[in-house]
Ligand binder design. Sequence first.
Ligand code: SF4
Length: 362
Amino acid sequence: MIATKKKAAVTESSASRSAQLLDWYDRHRRRLPWRPPAGERADPYRVWLSEIMLQQTGVKTVGPYFEKFLARWPDVASLGRASQDDVLRMWAGLGYYSRARNLHACAVAVLRDHGGVFPDSEEGLRKLPGIGPYTAAAIGAIAFDIRTMPVDGNIERVVSRLYAVEEPLPQAKPLIGELASMLLGPSRAGDSAQALMDLGSSICTPKKPACALCPLNDDCVARARGDQEIFPRKAPKKAGTLRRGAAFIVTRDDELLVRTRAEKGLLGGMTEVPGSEWLAGQDDEAALKQAPALKGVARWHRKAGVVTHVFTHFPLELVVYTAKLAARTRAPEGMRWVPIATLAGEALPNVMRKAIAHGLDL
Ligand code: SF4
């Protein structure tokens, strides 16, 4: 960990660093769909929407989703009046669906409790669903110019290299936050934060950082030592236990049998094909026994191979079984038929899209 006595020197040089950083940002800032032109105040709705989408998802993937959401719901009030189903449908493919449910709940709360206007304090923002300390700081700094530093992965990398922070993440978060805050100038907090984010994304990259182009290279400790890539230090990750299960792809002409997952829990409220539980150590036979009871299915056809998917806490392996039912067969209770041609419009998580593609040879 950086020695405490070093902090005085750190503070001293921080003022010039923040000025260098802003100067670099004014010349090299990224153009992103949610950013206004230079010098204009950012819209809290756009900042919030992009920050929620960017949690665990890259800028390239988020761009088109952000545009789609904005075209359909141009402000937080219109999103607050939308149905959760429509929001989940529009979100499908972005993953981590609790974000979409919280996004909708937050828009409803802003409309109902704040007249459709986001609170302009970190404290007020943090009371809203799905807004934690990081997102509150990001909206606060970028949209309301509150003097606060939202520390994302890019900023963690830049700061841990700049000061050679030896403590591993996640324990080092408070120290990195403290050091990052020293890079805030007297004003333009949002620009300071976005400058560090852009620096981390375009120059101080995980591999082979382009230190020659970095505005902070003169006093970067890791650069001087030549060991930039070892930062940020990370505590070893525990891999989750593999879970196994089965997915049942049932068709009736050109329609597929689906159901909606329970509201709470993993992938809550999303569309899925019928399936078994996902359990560690479950064998194929045990998973097949959980097939839905369907009139007209004498035996299931097992597709060769398996579908794999990695969730944050565990990897999953699914065996896929298929069956064809006669035209006009009614869907069992709690399930429904949807035309295969309109599946793109369903709130299907990626794992289900993979299972369906495997089962239907798409
Ligand atoms: S000098 Fe290199 S390692 Fe240090 S902050 Fe800049 S890009 Fe990152």
